[in-house]
Design a protein around this ligand. Structure first.
Ligand code: HSE
Length: 437
């Protein structure tokens, strides 16, 4: 297709024709960019990028010029069109039409770009196998941390490294809630309700606040980082529902903030859980709805990438980068190596000793402290610091301790004994303290 932009003199290949399935906020923004910024995007791709077809629930105006762009009411029809080279799947959902579309498109020899993390977590390896067979690309940068090019950094920029650890703030909703609690001293329910009213949190926020969304992203990162098959079921996931304003306040007094962190290392089970990070460290500075991914690797040491993890613009940015990579034949295999080379997921046991923050609601009675320390002593847990404020004759008060490095089994056993002790009310909160590299 002729184009007047002088940069397009770089153009080396035939046009790359694109179809988008799903015109929600991300699909519409991606389409708008492909139409309005076609010259710039094509120059970057070295080929003319042309949006030729879209599919959505309704054929309504989505804020971009639809001239010359076909509309299909059946998304699967996009995968069967002879004039389509790349199918962008932005429908969402783990299976259903999104899965059928990806399978059909790959089997028809079309490249697939998707932002769908659940699809990749549950079917990514099989889809990557189909892409290998058909010699086409399967790309999913937008599935992990939205606008942060985390997968590209890992797969390409850090390709020469031995990855030792991946740590991430991978859910913007949780980071927003915890940041607001930290900055305002308000409670979890109050901040969540406000976030929902403002549209920052979903009406049903469980996927986000129970850590599932972050776990999806972490399992993709871990598979790519350690060349392993995705093993979503092996992830240990704890969300942020149980974090109280008391925890935020005590953590602050001890010099920490609480963040929901995804954490993966080669020999340990991957975890998503609330953790204490030093106020002065890099991760503590990632506030509001921002995401961050930190890679610790040899020989590079530590690389931190941060930016917006969701929203129309950031997600479209990642989708467009994938399309440009497809056009330029860049980016290689979906998981950085052939599916057959990914190591089988094995059962791993978490043995790593960490310092812990423990918060107990105790009756303010003589002998309680000594009973608590006896339970900790029985598990060989050494206390580093202790805080108790206020007093009450009839209501439990918070007792906060930090420990010296302790193995997960020891902390679990201690929490179980403490939880059943007569003088303790409610669950014991045990959060790891993460020391940054
Ligand atoms: N709901 C996610 C978040 C974005 O809050 O970060 C999509 O994964």
């Amino acid at each position: 297709m002729p184009n007047t932009d002088k940069e397009l003199r770089l153009s080396t290949g035939p046009d790359l024709t694109i179809a988008i399935a799903g015109l929600g906020i991300v699909g519409a923004e991606t389409a708008r960019q492909l139409v309005q910024a076609s010259d710039r995007l094509s120059a970057r791709a070295g080929r003319c990028l042309r949006l030729v077809a879209v599919s959505a629930r309704s054929d309504s105006d989505r804020g971009f010029d639809r001239t010359g762009i076909a509309f299909e009411s059946d998304a699967l029809a996009l995968a069967r069109r002879a004039d389509v080279d790349v199918v962008i799947e932005l429908i969402g959902g783990e299976g259903g039409i999104a899965l059928a579309l990806a399978e059909t498109a790959l089997q028809a020899g079309k490249h697939v770009v998707t932002a769908n993390k659940a699809l990749i977590v549950h079917h990514g390896q099989r889809l990557a196998g189909l892409a290998e067979q058909a010699r086409v690309r399967l790309k999913f940068e937008a599935a992990v941390a939205g606008g942060i090019p985390a997968l590209k950094v890992l797969r390409e920029g850090l390709a020469g490294n031995n990855i030792r650890r991946v740590t991430g703030i991978l859910n913007g909703t949780c980071n927003y809630i915890l940041s607001e609690m930290t900055n305002t001293g308000r409670g979890f329910d109050d901040v969540l309700a406000e976030a929902q009213a403002k549209g920052y949190a979903e009406a049903d926020p469980s996927f986000d606040i129970d850590g599932v969304d972050a776990a999806h992203k972490l399992s993709i990162l871990a598979a790519m980082a350690f060349a392993e098959q995705i093993d979503f079921g092996a992830l240990q996931v704890t969300g942020i529902r149980q974090i109280t304003d008391t925890d935020i306040s005590y953590a602050g007094e001890l010099g920490y903030v609480i963040k929901l962190l995804g954490h993966a290392q080669p020999q340990s089970p991957a975890t998503v859980q609330p953790c204490l990070v030093a106020k002065t460290g890099q991760l503590a500075q990632i506030g509001g709805a921002l995401n961050a991914v930190e890679f610790t690797a040899e020989p590079v040491q530590t690389v931190l990438c941060t930016g917006p993890g969701a929203g129309a613009g950031p997600t479209a940015s990642a989708v467009l980068a994938d399309v440009i990579d497809v056009a330029a034949s860049r980016g290689g295999l979906p998981f950085g190596m052939r599916v057959g080379q990914l190591a089988r997921a094995t059962q791993k046991k978490d043995k790593q000793a960490r310092r812990y923050y423990l918060r107990l609601m105790v009756m303010d009675e003589t002998g309680v402290l000594s009973a608590v320390t006896s339970i900790l002593r029985d598990q060989q847990i050494s206390v580093e610091s202790m805080l108790q404020k206020g007093q009450s004759d009839d209501k439990p008060v918070a007792l906060v301790l930090t420990t010296h490095p302790t193995a997960p089994d020891q902390i679990k056993a201690a929490c179980s004994s403490l939880s059943s002790a007569r003088f303790i009310s409610g669950a014991v909160m045990a959060l790891p303290i993460v020391d940054e590299a």
